[in-house]
Design a protein around this ligand. Structure first.
Ligand SMILES: NC(=O)c1ccc[n+]([C@@H]2O[C@H](COP(=O)([O-])OP(=O)(O)OC[C@H]3O[C@@H](n4cnc5c(N)ncnc54)[C@H](OP(=O)(O)O)[C@@H]3O)[C@@H](O)[C@H]2O)c1
Length: 306
């Protein structure tokens, strides 16, 4: 039997890296990375897709430097806003499924409860605005797609809050962390696992493809915390695992930590639609964190005794 061809854009990003590992059993995975493909060049996207002829196209590439995007709007828009539309056109041409990742930052955070997929977006910053353009471009093309909206992504590799906190904890005795933005830290591993679970359902003979289930789905861990709460938990858990002393943590407000990009106060996303449609039950953010810290504690060495 021929293996399903899966093409991933973004081989070494946080989510892209995990996807390669989680999807290996589902098909023949090809993952491409900048500068082999460059999202500022629609032609490079088209060439890559036409060469691979995938049945499933996954876009894990994005311009994710939220603060830098404020002064780099054109590039952020090309990568986050325009490129997804080109990928969607190519996917439609091949009759393929497109899986794309979006963000809590498409919302302004003014809602007092978790956002659902039908809530009106109103991004506060350039990154969120460009990501929203990408979501809209994919929907306008009208092929088969899943837009998976996630939040506060971190993992054992890449550039993220968890690794920054672990570094700072070694360097400083006191850390001031924002305590008035609420969300769900979501590990890249959980995102990739949930993506694999959805795809494996669609690929079973009885799966029937998306069958009217194209659309936007929130995909985060369960529960909620602030950046301060996340830092406290991760440093407490990692003190035992790595012997790092826990610095004195001071909760501060967003206004005490001015950044170029404004962030939503409420980043909570309801995953009810994901659960009802695909039967996916995400772990709590604390459980997901423990797994990532275990991965870090194990290290990459194959010589480590088990
Ligand atoms: N990080 C978060 O907190 C967060 C939150 C919500 C949603 N998301 C979304 O989740 C998805 C995955 O995010 P992530 O955290 O895994 O991102 P990431 O680690 O920053 O990885 C982004 C990937 O995009 C690639 N890329 C950057 N510029 C490119 C270009 N011009 N052409 C082609 N590829 C390019 C990067 O390549 P290089 O490494 O070579 O630059 C990298 O492989 C994205 O759609 C993101 O918007 C992320």
């Amino acid at each position: 039997m021929q293996k399903t061809k899966i093409l991933i854009f973004g081989r070494i990003g946080q989510v892209g890296w995990e996807l390669r590992h989680k999807l290996a059993c589902l098909g023949q995975v090809t993952a491409v990375e900048y500068p082999e493909i460059d999202f500022t060049s629609p032609d490079s996207i088209r060439v890559a897709v036409r060469a691979a002829q995938p049945a499933i196209l996954i876009n894990a590439a994005a311009y994710t430097a939220v603060d830098k995007a404020e002064s780099d709007q054109e590039l952020a828009l090309a990568i986050n806003g325009t490129a997804p539309g080109v990928i969607a056109e190519e996917a439609k041409r091949l009759d393929s499924l497109l899986v794309h990742y979006s963000t809590d930052y498409v919302f302004d955070g003014a809602k007092q409860s978790p956002y659902v997929e039908t809530d009106a977006p109103n991004p506060l910053n350039v990154y969120g605005k460009t990501k929203l353009k990408g979501d809209e471009a994919i929907q306008a093309v009208g092929g088969e797609f899943l837009i998976l909206r996630t939040s506060w992504v971190y993992g054992a590799r890449g550039s993220n809050f968890l690794l920054t906190m672990l570094r700072l904890a070694r360097e400083r005795s006191e850390l001031r962390i924002v305590d008035d933005q609420i969300g769900a830290p979501t590990s890249s591993e959980c995102i990739a696992q949930a993506t694999a679970d959805i795809l494996s359902q669609l690929l079973t003979p009885a799966g029937g493809g998306l069958d009217g289930r194209s659309g936007i789905y929130n995909l985060t861990t369960t529960g909620e915390t602030s950046w301060y709460g996340f830092a406290k938990e991760l440093l407490t858990q990692s003190a035992a695992a790595f012997g790092i002393p826990v610095p004195n943590l001071i909760p501060i407000s967003t206004s005490d930590y001015p950044r170029p990009a404004q962030r939503p106060a409420n980043s909570r996303l309801s995953c009810q639609r994901l659960t009802e449609t695909f039967g996916i039950n995400m772990p709590s953010w604390e459980e997901a964190l423990t797994l990532v810290l275990e991965t870090l504690a194990e290290g990459a060495s194959p010589d480590k005794p088990r």
